[in-house]
Design a protein around this ligand. Structure first.
Ligand code: GLU
Length: 618
């Protein structure tokens, strides 16, 4: 939230490091320990063991495809597609089922960005379903009145103050109005069934519960739902969520008004205003000002995507309130000045890292909710601006971060910058999924409740967690004497990094891709695109390849497998340095092959792997 020199920079950076290190420990060695803890837990109220449903990271076929985090959500989408639903119908089935099986990263209490290719009009459109700040909030909402200083990040995370007005359900409704064939009630049914019947707890779910156990334990409603009997559910046990099934049924019966003004909404508001702290919870109770009028006023916003052309491919992604599309697009435009495919691999990776180093300086200086700040989107995405940034790259030497932003308003090219005052924010978790249907429509949709387990606050009796998305604002100005585009304000949407992307080739879908991972989303999407479009990898290889993320910081975050590559010594000789942060991102993608075939690709192992499936294997 603050710049490297800012007072709380270390807290947010530190939080990423801690969580990532936990994750890495769990993945490499500690999973066994984690599971040992899990299996040491007394039997929970969850039911007897069932086998885990099979997941596969890659599938190829025709008639439509889904790649999402869990086997149940992918199956829900495939079932809707087989019944004749569109990609939008299937996306609602996938997202609502993820609310059951992937509840720590997304659900009714959160928001997201929906990018849609309409095969009939051949146009790409977006829906901004980002959470919104309650009207009564102000730029000082994260300043502790007792001290006059910003709340510690950890304090703000578990508070009613960080809860934004959820945009998820409004996004589903809008997507179905524009592109659906089935009703919302029809598309919620698979999720209701999974919530009623239950799903088999897999190692990833148990691990996420374990990692969030303290946070969930701070709120009585969350402990009751996710820690039955006070324990982390065992792998192989069955986790049910009858409260969420009932919530979905009520929405199916009464429509979205039940949430945006009705009794579900009243419960959301009551919970944000008065979080149900568990007895003796060792945290400060910080309430939020959300009112029913905020829910009534919420709108999922129709929009147009960002667009750039990269080596002949048309790359479309999410415009503000997300910084994703502009930052991925600017990085690609910078890289368009170089022939990566014919560079040696060290130079290609050096240029990849330098492009996002520069683009993040611009993101932090210029991008916020465009309804509140003037975002120079056109300039930031112009080839001429990219040329002024590309000329900052020294092939022999890594940039010294924080590098200064460019000046998108400067007339004519040059190699000019404005004074540096950089910031970086790191958030974790979320999910991304992709869907296509028999007509050739495509969805690329990233959903989130911000951190893993969001605010940690479950709406009592409703079966879903509330987001803490408003912690994506900068709590205090980060840009020195320049205005900070991402300060809070009533009604404003916090800047996101989500980058749901669709790439066209000759006007037809070629790729759909995205990832979770906070600010690393941008670099993950960029790296997958560079891997696929420049470095000769197939889509599954491009997704599985080891990742590094440079976000205008002194060192790049990197996965151990990236650091272990033979290119690292050469990169270090150029002044690049890497911090092992465990795993980065959880990508999901589709590639549209000749003759109507689709290659669906997810993660073989990150966060337990993703589930890819096609409607027909033929
Ligand atoms: N809140 C983050 C964003 O919108 C996403 C959270 C994450 O992916 O970890 O950029």
């Amino acid at each position: 939230m603050h710049g490297p020199a800012g007072p709380a920079a270390s807290s947010r950076e530190g939080m990423l490091m801690r969580t990532s290190r936990n994750f890495r420990a769990a993945v490499s060695i500690g999973l066994v320990a984690g599971l040992a803890l899990v299996s040491a837990a007394a039997p929970s109220s969850a039911q007897p063991a069932r086998p885990l449903p099979a997941k596969q990271p890659v599938a190829e076929g025709s008639g439509g495809a889904v790649v999402s985090d869990t086997a149940e959500s992918t199956q829900a989408g495939i079932d809707v597609l087989r019944r004749g639903g569109t990609a939008a119908d299937a996306a609602v089935a996938v997202a609502s089922t993820l609310g059951v099986t992937d509840p720590y990263v997304a659900g009714l209490g959160g928001g997201g960005y929906f990018v849609y290719y309409d095969a009939k009009t051949k146009k790409i459109s977006t829906i901004d379903g980002r959470e919104t700040t309650p009207a009564a909030d102000s730029p000082t909402m994260f300043i502790d009145p007792a001290t006059g200083k910003p709340y510690a990040f950890e304090t703000a995370v578990e508070s009613g103050r960080s809860v934004g007005v959820p945009g998820m359900l409004a996004t589903w409704e809008r997507a179905l109005q524009r592109w659906g064939r089935f009703s919302l009630a029809d598309n919620l049914r698979p999720a209701e069934e999974v919530a009623d019947r239950g799903f088999v707890v897999n190692p990833a779910f148990a691990q996420q519960t374990q990692q969030n156990a303290a946070k969930l334990g701070h709120f009585s409603s969350s402990a009751q739902l996710f820690l039955p009997g006070g324990k982390v559910p065992q792998v192989g046990s069955v986790m049910r969520n009858p409260d969420l099934a009932a919530t979905y049924r009520q929405i199916a019966r009464q429509g979205t008004g039940a949430f945006y003004g009705g009794s579900i909404g009243r419960d959301v508001v009551g919970t944000a205003q008065n979080p149900p702290l568990a007895p003796n919870a060792p945290i400060q109770k910080i309430t939020g000002p959300m009112q029913l009028s905020d829910l009534k006023a919420y709108q999922a916003l129709d929009g147009t995507p960002t667009h750039i052309n990269y080596r002949g491919y048309d790359v479309y992604s999410m415009a503000p309130s997300s910084s994703g599309g502009i930052t991925v697009g600017e990085s690609l435009n910078i890289l368009g000045n170089y022939d990566l495919a014919h560079m040696d691999r060290v130079q290609a990776l050096h240029h990849y890292l330098e492009s996002s180093r520069l683009a993040f300086a611009d993101r932090n200086r210029y991008i916020g909710d465009a309804r509140y700040v003037n975002v120079p989107q056109q300039q930031l995405l112009s080839k001429s601006f990219a040329a002024t940034r590309a000329c900052q790259i020294d092939p022999a030497k890594a940039g010294k971060s924080p590098v200064a932003p460019g000046d998108p308003y400067a007339p004519g090219g040059g190699c000019t910058t404005v004074p540096a005052a950089s910031s970086d924010s790191n958030e974790q978790h979320t999910n991304h999924f992709v869907v296509s249907d028999r007509w050739g429509n495509v969805v690329s949709y990233t959903n989130t409740i911000e951190q893993s387990a969001g605010s940690g606050i479950t709406v009592p009796g409703r079966g879903f967690l509330l987001n803490n998305e408003l912690t994506d604002f900068n709590f205090a100005p980060t840009q020195g004497s320049a205005p900070d585009p991402n300060l809070p304000a009533g009604g404003k949407r916090p800047r996101s990094s989500m980058s749901p992307t669709i790439v066209l080739q000759d006007g037809k879908p070629f790729l759909a891709v995205g990832s979770p991972g906070g600010a690393t989303i941008i670099t993950t999407v960029l790296q997958v695109l560079v891997n696929r479009l420049d470095l000769g990898m197939t889509l599954p290889q491009a997704i599985a390849a080891p990742r590094a993320s440079q976000r205008n910081a002194a060192t790049s975050d990197a996965e151990p497998a990236f650091i272990a590559q033979s290119t690292t010594a050469g990169l270090q000789a150029l002044g690049q340095s890497f911090t092992d942060v465990g795993s980065i991102g959880v990508a999901a993608g589709l590639e549209f092959l000749p003759h109507g075939r689709i290659l669906a690709a997810g993660e073989p192992s990150r966060r337990g792997g993703t589930a890819a499936a096609v409607v027909s294997r033929h």
